[in-house]
Structure formats: structure tokens, C-alpha cells
Ligand binder design. Structure first.
Ligand code: ADP
Length: 443
């Protein structure tokens, strides 16, 4: 059932309900006035009753000639008297006996214990409401039909207007969604509305924006990956074509350079895959309790040869003997490895890299955190590059000149790994003085 039909039906039900209530109110009002009139005019009613009973007695226990009798208290009333058997003995006023019998106030006429008749009365006030009631009842069918017709038309018009006002934003929203589906012109939603439609529209706009952003990122990633793959592939292709055309055996140097490019390609593909999985939340963590100090010692043992090659002094300063954290060893080692090898790469020969590990209590957090700082006195990072270094494929030096050829994915992978462990990374750096990467992990 669409909104328009639902509205029409509920309006119809409402109209019928209002008519029934009106009817019931008039009906009830009449009987309330009738009984109130008795209370108000109790004395007059009672004296009338007495006059009739008196007549019966003084007439030798008989109602004979009652029709021609006149009663003092009768003037303001419309009344009839019925015998005990229901026969009409006396009638005054314009109402029929049936009308009086059904709507008048009944008083019994008794002689001692014996019922001698019944008196039906109606005072002026009752009579007025009675008139109104009968008028209303007689007009009701016509009024009912006319008002049903009128309210029907009015309701239909209101419904048309209302449903147009209700459904027009819905139609706009549906058409906006249609535009999004087709991916063409920008979707238009009734966002300026202050009602629920405005709220839905704004939510849809936000959803659309974030989908568009995701789509932009996907396209950017595709183009970045293609760009990164192109150079090594071109080098490999060039070398192989040359060897093929000249037929000359490939020198060891050339073979080493091709191997270098193949390794770079393989690292790139591996990193892209790893990062996509991390970003899509597809990497399931299997955390175990690990000692961070032991992990760092292990890492240092594996990377010391790189530092020694460049005559860089590498040192670990742990405040505690052990710092226990619940992590997946491989993921944390990968993040620390990427940060540490960066420090080695971007620090000149004779430089220094110091790693500090401790647990800290941060003022705005309840939990204690393990803090690992990797400090180098290398090249540093320019202010304008700092906000971007965790972006995919971002290289502050804008070249692939790094020994071993960085993919520009190292820090993005490190950050995703740390974020997946409810931690975060901060960086401070001054060009020419060095950089400090700080990792926080909940203990
Ligand atoms: P890459 O593979 O190029 O190292 P990363 O994501 O690891 O990519 O790093 C992004 C960029 O951040 C690097 O290209 C480099 O310019 C800068 N960077 C990272 N670590 C350091 C550091 N310790 N000192 C100076 N620059 C750094």
C-alpha cells in the first residue's frame, strides 16, 4: 500500500469516527439534560404528581373525565398520563404519546401500595433539547451524506496536497539515489529541509561523499600501483630486449640490476596486498602476550648489520625489564621494522638511532600504555610533508633514490598495524636535526 492510499484510508476512518462521536454526544447530552431537569424541577414535578394522585382520590378512586380536568402545576410541561395498564388517559402538548414515552421523564402515580398510573413529563428545557435532538436525528442522514461528501472532497484535496508534500521529497531522494547509481551528475537531495527528510538527505549525502572518496582512493591506488610497477618493468624489459637483440651474454652487473628490479616489484606487490588487507580489515589478528623489550632486542639483532654498514650507532634504552603487551608478534615487528629501517635509511653515516621503551600513564586515558620512541639524528622531514608521510606511496623526497627503493608504503603499513592493536603513532621532526617516531600500545 503506498503512502497516498494509507493516508486516504486513515482520513476516511477518522471522519467516520468523528461522526459517530458527534452522534453519541448528542444522544448522551439529551438524557443528561432530562435527568438534570428532574433534579432542578423536582418540586414542580412532584407537585404535579401529587395533583394527579389527588384528582384520582377525590374522583372516587377513578380516572374518569381526566381528559377535561385542568392542573395548576401542568402549565410549563408537556405531559401524558397513562393508566396502570398503559392506556392514554390524559395528554397535554404537541408531542405524541410515543415520543413522550421514549424521551419524557417518568413519574409513577400510586395510591398507597397500588400503582394507578404513570405520568410522563418534559419541562421546557428538556423540550428544547428534545427538539434539537429530533431535528438533528431527522437531518442526520442528509447532513451525514452532505458532510461525508464535503469532508470526503476536502479530505481528498488535503490528502493530495499532503501526499504531494510528503512524497515529493521522497521522489527527490529516490531520484538522487538513482543519479548516484548511474554515477553521472552530482546527486541532488532535499538537504535544506528541517524535518526527517532533510536528515535522511544529509545522511545520504555523507554516505555518497564517503563512497565517492573511497572510489577516488581506489582509482588513485590503481594509478599509483600502475605507476610504481611501470619503472621496474621498463628497466627489466629494456635490459632483456637489449640482450635479446645483441645476443651478447648478460654481464653480472646487468643480472644484478634486473634482480634488484624484480625484488623491488615483488616487495611492492607484497606490500600493496598486505596494506589492502589491513585497510579492508581482512587481516585477522591472533594476539598473544609478548614482551616488547624482548621483541625490540630481537629486532635490533636483525637490523644491527644495516646500521653497522652505515656506521650508525644503534641503542636500546628500556626502563622496565619487560613490558607485556597482547599483540600479534609479526604485525608489531613489521611496524617497528619499517620505522627502524626508515631511520637507518634517512640517517647519514656516523649518526645515531636511540630506541626508548617504557610504560606510561597518559592523563586523558585510564589504561597504561607502552611507549616506544625511535629517535634518529638524520635528515628530518619538512613541515609540509609531515601530515602526509603515513599516506600510501607518499615519499617526502619525491624520488625513488632510497637505497633498495622504498615503496612509500612502509609507514602506511606500520600505522595500520598499530591501529589494529588499538594503538597509534606520532611523529616529530625537524629538517636537518632528525625525527622521532613514537608508538603507543595498550599494555
Ligand atoms: P618509503 O618506502 O619511501 O620509506 P615510508 O612510508 O616508509 O616510505 O615513508 C614515507 C616517507 O616518509 C619517506 O619517503 C620519507 O621521505 C619519510 N620518512 C620516513 N621516515 C623518515 C625518517 N626517519 N627520517 C626522514 N624521513 C623519513
Amino acid at each position: 500500500m503506498n503512502i497516498r492510499t494509507r493516508l486516504t484510508l486513515s482520513m476516511g476512518v477518522l471522519i467516520v469516527f468523528i461522526m459517530l462521536v458527534l452522534l453519541a454526544v448528542t444522544h448522551v447530552q439529551f438524557y443528561i439534560t432530562r435527568d438534570l431537569a428532574y433534579l432542578e424541577e423536582k418540586e414542580a414535578f412532584e407537585s404535579l404528581r401529587k395533583e394527579f394522585e389527588q384528582y384520582y382520590r377525590s374522583n372516587g378512586d377513578s380516572w374518569e373525565n381526566l381528559r377535561s380536568a385542568r392542573f395548576e402545576s401542568a402549565a410549563p410541561f408537556v405531559e401524558i398520563v397513562l393508566s396502570a395498564e398503559g392506556q392514554i388517559l390524559y395528554q397535554q402538548g404537541e408531542l405524541s404519546s410515543d415520543e413522550l414515552r421514549s424521551d419524557g421523564y417518568m413519574l409513577t402515580l400510586d395510591q398507597g401500595d397500588r400503582r394507578i398510573g404513570r405520568l410522563y413529563v418534559m419541562n421546557e428545557q428538556q423540550y428544547k433539547t428534545y427538539e434539537f435532538k429530533t431535528m438533528w436525528y431527522s437531518m442526520l442522514p442528509n447532513i451525514g451524506i452532505a458532510s461525508l461528501l464535503f469532508t470526503g472532497i476536502a479530505a481528498l484535496l488535503t490528502i493530495l496536497l499532503l501526499s504531494w508534500r510528503l512524497t515529493s521529497p521522497i521522489r527527490k531522494i529516490i531520484s538522487g539515489i538513482g543519479t548516484i547509481k548511474q554515477g553521472g551528475a552530482p546527486a541532488v537531495f532535499p538537504e535544506q529541509r528541517k524535518d526527517e527528510f532533510g536528515a535522511i538527505s544529509r545522511a545520504l549525502r555523507e554516505m555518497n561523499d564517503s563512497l565517492a572518496e573511497a572510489e577516488r582512493t581506489r582509482k588513485q591506488l590503481m594509478s599509483d600501483v600502475a605507476h610504481e610497477l611501470k619503472t621496474p618493468l621498463m628497466i627489466i624489459q629494456g635490459e632483456l630486449e637489449l640482450a635479446h637483440e645483441t645476443g651478447a651474454p648478460m654481464t653480472a652487473d646487468k643480472q644484478a640490476s634486473i634482480l634488484d628490479e624484480v625484488l623491488r616489484l615483488s616487495r611492492l606487490v607484497h606490500d600493496v596486498l598486505d596494506l589492502s588487507r589491513l585497510e579492508a580489515g581482512m587481516t585477522e589478528l591472533h594476539p598473544k602476550e609478548e614482551d616488547l623489550v624482548a621483541l625490540l632486542e630481537d629486532l635490533l639483532a636483525k637490523t644491527r648489520f644495516m646500521a653497522e654498514d652505515k656506521e650508525i650507532h644503534l641503542s636500546l634504552h628500556a626502563k622496565d625489564e619487560a613490558i607485556l603487551v597482547s599483540v600479534e608478534k609479526f604485525r608489531i615487528l613489521q611496524a617497528l621494522y619499517n620505522i627502524l629501517t626508515n631511520a637507518v635509511y634517512y640517517t647519514n653515516a656516523g649518526g645515531q638511532i636511540r630506541i626508548h621503551a617504557e610504560t606510561v600513564h597518559l592523563p586523558d586515558r585510564q589504561q597504561r600504555y607502552a611507549r616506544i620512541r625511535v629517535e634518529d639524528n638524520g635528515a628530518g622531514i619538512a613541515k609540509e610533508d609531515l601530515p602526509h608521510i603515513f599516506d600510501r606511496f607518499y615519499r617526502a623526497d619525491h624520488s625513488r633514490a632510497r637505497p633498495g627503493g622504498g615503496t612509500g608504503l612502509g609507514l602506511a603499513i606500520a600505522q595500520n598495524n598499530i591501529l589494529a592493536h588499538q594503538g597509534w603513532i606520532e611523529v616529530q621532526s625537524v629538517v636537518g636535526e632528525g625525527s622521532v617516531f613514537t608508538i603507543y600500545l595498550p599494555v
